[in-house]
Design a protein. Structure first.
Length: 206
């Protein structure tokens, strides 16, 4: 309603809140949500707000949301401190690829030989998905990921259903579908090399 009353011209908080949302989305690619500085976002809204109805609505609605999230994030942070946060790096075992190729892939640290492969250490989360794509393209096979036998990946397509998907759901605002697929770790590289029209979204490393 406030957008309709505002008209075509954007207000300062329209642009600020869009920038905040984009920065938060980028942050979530590699960091836990509760580490985001919601309090600073709320202060920025208050500092830049004009007197228009739209700005007042954005300041109140988003300010209340950020305040609630900041409080909840503090609770989560305290709980995590008691049990220890997840490591931001993990180890995997790969084979079928030379050390020289591994060294050329950004984000990989070679640990050494392990069993029938080479143990490597990498960042987790989004960076790990990118590394796995590059490893697969280089002809590597993934033997182990942090001791897991299976891994969940999400892929996108225009198809409502695909064979073998654990679950498929329409993505709001995109017009395509997200598919959840469980793959044995030792088959992961082959699956990434043969997505058959799917677009890899993310490999979930835990």
């Amino acid at each position: 309603m406030t957008v309709w009353l505002r008209g075509a011209e954007r207000t300062p908080l329209d642009d600020l809140s869009a920038d905040q949302a984009a920065a938060y989305g980028a942050f979530l690619q590699q960091s836990p949500w509760y580490k985001w500085d919601f309090a600073t976002n709320a202060k920025a809204l208050a500092d830049l707000s004009g007197d228009s109805l739209r700005d007042r609505e954005r300041r109140f609605a988003l300010g209340a949301e950020y305040g609630a999230k900041a409080t909840y994030a503090g609770v989560i942070e305290a709980a995590v401190a008691g049990v220890g946060a997840d490591d931001l790096r993990l180890r995997s075992v790969v084979s079928g690829v030379a050390n020289e190729i591994l060294s050329d892939i950004a984000g990989i640290t070679i640990i050494g030989l392990l069993g029938d492969g080479i143990e490597i250490e990498t960042d987790r989360y989004r960076a790990f998905s990118v590394i796995l794509e590059r490893l697969s393209a280089a002809g590597a096979d993934i033997r182990e990921i942090a001791g897991n036998d299976q891994v969940l990946l999400t892929a996108l397509s225009d198809l409502q259903k695909i064979d073998g998907a654990l679950y498929s759901v329409r993505r709001q605002g995109y017009g395509d579908y997200r598919h959840l697929i469980v793959v044995p770790v030792r088959d992961l590289a082959d699956r990434l090399r043969a997505l058959n029209g799917l677009r890899l979204e993310h490999v979930h490393d835990c």
